[in-house]
Design a protein around this ligand. Structure first.
Ligand code: 3HC
Length: 299
């Protein structure tokens, strides 16, 4: 008997290729390898791959230390076994041909993503699921040139990936039910709590978090409260782990600006998408937050 699409079982992901060896790509690779998935990380930059491997190793050591507090042998076993499941490559075509799932985590540039997806689609098996970790772009735009959009969807992770428990699973109008089910099952397999969202700007978290952050920037720019007090207020008044300024420095001021600028351009009449003169100035000065040593605060 034929199963209807909606009742199809989720495909188990054994081989994953992550494209982009930045912070997000590294974190996604780490949690996936930790869930017994064979991972290939691809990046055109060999140095970025080396940095990614080092970052994964030090994050794994933190995880292992917590998991096996007084057992150094178990700690190093965990680190080694996870690292052994990760290989790196500079070649997209070779790295995706056996993948059950490909996750793209490269720069937020629509043309570069479209070009990459065309290359990935041609090099993969017909059953391979292709996903994007975009934080602000529309799946409909990223996947515009895909011949088969049924196997395309969104997996939006949060930074730091090993610690943040949430995964947004995004379904655009042509994502098949089978693809969506597999993406949800993959999320659970890597230890995340999954939530479903349609292809809407910022999905759930960034749609709420980014305008909220810009409200906070405005509060400070108008002289209504200090950055420190706004951060304390949101931490102690709402239980957020970081205040909006601390978090913006953590995420990257360039990223915050990029997300908002894109939305403002696409939805000029939506009042929740605003500008921050202070943020523009800091980004112009190369003050991107923690990663550059200075943002709203100095590090
Ligand atoms: N890998 C492994 N473990 C890590 C880690 C990492 N990268 N980062 C932190 N940890 C662990 C530490 O080992 C520590 O463990 P312990 O409690 O057993 O010692 C624990 O996390 C706490 O770390 P710290 O003591 O260094 O610092 P904090 O208590 O402040 O926690 C934090 C750090 C988990 C980052 C916490 O501050 C937090 O949750 N902040 C909010 C982060 C957030 O909101 N992220 C979402 C951003 S939006 C986004 O990503 C979307 C994108 O599209 C823009």
């Amino acid at each position: 008997m034929l199963l209807s699409k909606a009742n199809m079982a989720a495909t188990k992901i054994n081989n994953l290729t992550v494209i982009g060896a930045g912070l997000m790509g590294s974190g996604i690779s780490q949690v996936s390898a930790n869930a017994n998935i064979n991972v290939t990380i691809v990046d055109s930059n060999q140095k970025a791959l080396e940095k990614s491997q080092k970052g994964i190793e030090s994050s794994l050591k933190r995880v292992a230390k917590k998991k096996f507090a007084n057992d150094e042998a178990a700690q190093s076993n965990l680190v080694k076994s996870v690292l052994d499941r990760i290989r790196v490559s500079t070649n997209v075509g070779d790295s995706v041909e056996n993948a059950d799932l490909v996750i793209e985590a490269i720069v937020e540039n629509i043309e570069i993503k479209q070009k990459l997806f065309a290359e990935v689609e041609d090099a993969t098996k017909k059953s391979t699921i292709i996903a994007t970790n975009t934080s602000s772009l529309r799946l409909q735009d990223i996947g515009k040139n895909l011949k088969d959009k049924t196997r395309f969807g969104g997996l939006h992770f949060f930074n730091p990936v090993p610690m943040m428990k949430l995964l947004e699973v995004v379904k655009h109008p042509e994502t098949s039910d089978a693809t969506f089910k597999t993406l949800m099952a993959y999320g659970k397999a890597v230890g995340k709590t999954t939530v479903a969202c349609k292809d809407t700007p910022g999905f759930i978290v960034n749609r709420l978090l980014v305008p909220y952050s810009f409200e906070a920037f405005g509060l400070f720019e108008r002289g209504d409260a200090s950055m420190e007090d706004i951060d304390i207020a949101m931490k102690l008044g709402t239980g957020y782990p970081m205040g909006p300024f601390e978090l913006a420095d953590y995420v990257g001021l360039d990223t915050m600006k990029f997300i908002m600028d894109g939305w403002k351009q696409q939805y000029p009449n939506d009042p929740s998408f605003k500008e921050s003169k202070l943020l523009n100035k800091l980004v112009k000065e190369g003050k991107f937050g923690r990663k550059s040593g200075e943002g709203f605060f100095k590090y």
